[in-house]
Design a protein. Structure first.
Length: 631
């Protein structure tokens, strides 16, 4: 019932937003809210800006893209600053087609969809509201009604500049329906919707022989010619091409460069003059953002062709490269998996991260700096802090290559490999090793990988594998330490007893034999050395701990091994070091004894409860680490 209620609420909400009035009434609205008359480009820019902008380190991050586009902050900043913003201010770039150029599956379509969905929503807000001549198939801007000789006066009075002339259809309607009284022409608020073909259009080329320019600019409605007498009567024309429908909003031109030239020439006029030719009419003014997308190879061959020169200068090319950050790539996979039919399969922790490492490595270009190998570069790009490198170094690295991120492995390949492995082997869970293997096996049949690249990529598979080995070892040790919580406490108590005796120049008593013992110097040092306490500093360190203990005691608080940051670190490290052998033996014995079995079960339980494994992936991990430690 909840969803039905929501549907009803939404309908009521839409009903409330509706507005209809005469042109005269619309002008009253404009007096208070002149921004309602903004251009399509300006609306897009304001929509992006209204989601919020974060400024840091000379960069602006536009939050509008946050939920859908990961790791492309800089490309999005460029897009907004170099296209949307100047276009919104009616600068010349507005008249150019926005051509998104980037490698396959790099998020171009995702970006365009985000803009479309964003506009649909934004036109429901106060700031993004759009008004149009009622009953016009192109949702024409009501301000076109103002005759050109009065536009200067209008601008003086309202501060709004009017561009574009009234369409043939509305010119005729003003005469026939309103007797020439433009102030009576009905105006309504419209809401963009791709489904309803309002303000958002999509054109994708099909077979050039059968595709008709009508798909773009509309066509004559032959059934009505008899009624209206002539083909040049605008009422006998259907303004239902994508360019018509997208007026006031945006049109996506898919695969633009694959398109027949005659389609492109229409765009040329539209972008240059803000109008296009349809049927036998005077030019039709349109105000819309045209977005196309292409890959680099297609683009290169397009500009190499002299015939395309005129068009070339009418486009503004914005790169949409691959993401180059491991953690963002992981998010991309998580999103794609959530939207896929493998979302219920258990994916062992670190699996996607390791796959992402491989993918990012294939996208990076080698640095000229000798001190930076590709793994370091990968870490620095992902925001890790590495000793000896600053933010400035990272900025410099990014500037070394202009076209980084334009090639390499695409996210779809990774997801396809993961799902096909899962489906083929009927797996219910998958781990990093399965995925690396599957990525490797797929390289041979990947359409666009040269044999040279393949060699490089195989190296990256082994690099990613080595990274995984380290991650896996740490993970298991951590799980052992956790189940060794008691050992930590015991070790600590033992250490403190010795420290106390040492500071008080006293002896310890062996709990079993009752024998008197000197403080165990070797034990104390083996712990202190873990955190670099020198021989000279040990006395001060031990005294400091005793002071801390008595301070705790005075306040009636219990001192435990968590109470002293450095001591805790030392204890953990010591346990880790001692553990190595335990882990090695426990994880690799084929026939564990009762004690070992108990330990293994504890560790598996920890991995499941605390680290996101299920019992089968946890057991696999243990087995793998066991084999690693015995190499
Ligand atoms: N930077 C990115 N951020 C978020 N998702 C991405 C990114 N790059 C690729 N994707 C995902 O990869 C898939 C392919 O992207 P798509 O937009 O169709 O690419 P393109 O149109 O460039 O070929 C989509 O599921 C998309 O969500
Ligand atoms: Mg696409």
């Amino acid at each position: 019932m909840d969803i039905l209620k929501k549907i009803q609420d939404h309908r009521e909400y839409e009903e409330e937003l509706k507005w209809e009035g005469t042109f005269a009434e619309y002008l009253e609205l404009l007096r208070e809210r002149p921004y309602l008359a903004q251009s399509a480009h300006s609306r897009v820019y304001n929509m992006v800006k209204s989601a919020g902008v974060e400024e840091a380190h000379d960069h602006k991050r536009y939050k509008f893209f946050d939920d859908d586009i990961y790791g492309l902050d800089e490309a999005m900043e460029k897009l907004v600053e170099e296209y949307f913003h100047p276009a919104a201010r009616r600068l010349d770039v507005r008249k150019r087609i926005l051509l998104l150029m980037g490698p396959v599956s790099g998020g171009k379509s995702t970006l365009v969809n985000l803009l479309k969905r964003g506009l649909e929503e934004y036109t429901h807000t106060d700031e993004g509201a759009v008004f149009a001549i009622k009953g016009c198939p192109m949702h024409e801007d009501p301000l076109h009604l103002i005759p050109s000789h009065l536009r200067k006066d209008f601008q003086d009075e309202y501060g709004i500049r009017v561009e574009g002339s009234l369409s043939p259809l509305n010119t005729m309607r003003v005469e026939t329906e309103y007797g020439g009284r433009i102030e009576d022409v009905l105006v309504e608020r419209i809401f963009f919707s791709e489904d309803k073909r309002t303000g958002i259009g999509t054109f994708s080329p099909s077979d050039p022989k059968s595709q008709d320019i009508a798909d773009l600019t509309g066509s004559i409605d032959f059934s009505t010619i008899a009624q209206f007498g002539s083909e040049s009567d605008p009422r006998a024309y259907r303004f239902d091409g994508e360019l018509n429908k997208a007026n006031r909003g945006m049109m996506e031109f898919q695969e633009m460069l694959k398109c027949d030239e005659k389609f492109l020439w229409h765009l040329l006029s539209l972008t240059q003059e803000g109008n296009f030719k349809a049927g036998r009419f005077a030019l039709i003014s349109a105000d819309e953002l045209i977005v196309a997308h292409t890959n680099e190879a297609e683009y290169r061959s397009f500009i190499a062709n002299k015939k395309n020169e005129a068009l070339h200068s009418r486009m503004i090319v914005m790169p949409v490269p691959y993401n180059l950050k491991v953690s963002q790539e992981e998010r991309i996979y998580e999103k794609m998996i959530r939207e896929s039919d493998i979302r219920d399969v258990h994916i062992a922790p670190h699996t996607l991260r390791v796959a992402a490492m491989f993918t990012i490595l294939t996208r990076l270009k080698e640095s000229k700096k000798a001190s930076i190998d590709v793994l370091k570069k990968m870490r620095l790009y992902d925001g890790e802090i590495l000793e000896g490198f600053s933010d400035v170094d990272v900025e410099e690295l990014k500037k070394e290559h202009g076209d980084e991120g334009m090639s390499g492995i695409d996210p779809r390949y990774v997801i396809n490999r993961i799902s096909s492995t899962i489906i083929k082997k009927e797996l219910t869970s998958i781990n990093a090793l399965d995925v690396l293997r599957s990525l490797k096996d797929g390289l041979g049949s990947h359409a666009s990988i040269s044999s040279e690249d393949k060699e490089r990529y195989l190296d990256f598979i082994s690099l990613a594998r080595k990274e995984y080995d380290e991650i896996a070892k740490k993970e298991v040790q951590k799980a052992f330490v956790y189940s060794y919580e008691e050992s930590a406490v015991t070790l600590m108590d033992n250490y403190l007893d010795n420290v106390e005796a040492y500071c008080n120049k006293a002896k310890l008593r062996d709990p079993l034999t009752g024998e008197e013992l000197n403080p165990d110097e070797r034990l104390m040092r083996s712990i202190e050395e873990q955190i670099g306490v020198s021989e000279n500093a040990k006395k001060a360190f031990r005294e400091e701990i005793l002071i801390r203990i008595s301070a705790y005691a005075r306040k009636g608080k219990k001192f435990d091994y968590q109470s002293h940051e450095r001591l805790r670190e030392a204890i953990q490290k010591k346990l880790f070091a001692d553990l190595k052998d335990v882990v090695k033996i426990t994880t690799s014995t084929k026939t564990p004894d009762e004690q070992q079995l108990k330990k293994i079960n504890e560790v598996v339980a920890t991995l499941v409860d605390e680290h996101g494994y299920n019992s089968s992936s946890a057991n696999e991990l243990l087995k793998y680490v066991g084999s690693l430690l015995n190499r």
